[in-house]
Design a binder for this molecule. Sequence first.
Ligand code: NAD
Ligand code: UDP
Length: 308
Amino acid sequence: MRILVTGGAGFLGSHLCDRLIEQGHDVICLDNYFTGSKKNVEHLTGNPRFELVRHDITLPILLEVDRIYNLACPASPVHYQYNPVKTIKTSLLGSVNMLGLAKRVKARILQASTSEVYGDPTVHPQTEEYWGNVNPIGIRSCYDEGKRVAETLFMDYHRQNKVDIRIVRIFNTYGPRMHPNDGRVVSNFIVQALQNKDITVYGDGSQTRSFCFASDLVEAILRAMEQTDSIGPINIGNPGEFTILELAEKVLKLTGSKSKIVREPLPSDDPKQRKPDISKAKKILGWEPKVNLEEGLSQTIEYFKKLT
Ligand code: NAD
Ligand code: UDP
């Protein structure tokens, strides 16, 4: 098949491009390089089945494709809050443009949604039926509400125009090719530990997250795209739940770093707990994560060691 990956030069997009090329597809990797980099896909650039297109999905584009994976959107709070208006435009206008393209060329389209649609959840663990607890006017809203409206657009294009959609809700995912200045917790802690700098825990570190390794995530979204039992939404993540303080301690242990843990203020609207219920993914995709946190952190640490 000919497959479009928007945000294909980003962290997850580049791993997805790798897998699609391995499977024998033709891949068009589209990116505006806001948080992604050509370096993430440079090993693919000589391949005749791989094409790189500089484009911003807030503008329309016409390409003949069979599948669209819509991953374009900055994912780190630091980056999505840098230009919040642009962030919401990417989810809103970008989804309209990509859904319009899917409708026109009759492509199946998958949206990379997020656990952020659950906001600061009052239901734990989060199931797909939960509608969420999201602040519509806070500093995270450009991302959270953008992703929520994107889900609405996907469902309405499906109901109104019969567009063949898939929605996956991705929980915190980490791994090689995260940008060293990405600002998300796993890359921050590893880079700080390797440089023997202070480990910056925001708040008291009791907030929890569930961390999924990139290879597990990519396997799940490939399966979500190709199955025909559910359009979603389907939660994708690793149900192992850790406090941010536990994560800091694991990174210190695995790196053997001399860094000290310091406290910094908790950003507003920072969700207190997050853990996916992945029963639906297990049933529909026959999938569950294979890589545990220690193993995934070790691989990610090795990647960052080579960069520094
Ligand atoms: P990333 O920032 O590494 O990748 C996003 C990519 O999109 C980058 O290459 C960036 O340059 C590109 N991009 C941003 N705006 C664009 C635009 N307007 N037009 C074209 N390209 C644009 O982040 P990631 O972690 O790889 O996330 C990929 C997708 O998965 C995002 O949609 C994100 O919201 C979603 N997601 C990721 C996680 C996670 O933990 N990694 C969790 C939930 C959802
Ligand atoms: N966090 C932290 N130190 C950092 C970066 C993040 O303590 O240097 C915390 C952050 O406040 C949040 C959690 O780690 O509670 C996950 O943050 P991240 O930005 O990775 O993702 P998200 O909040 O979107 O889940």
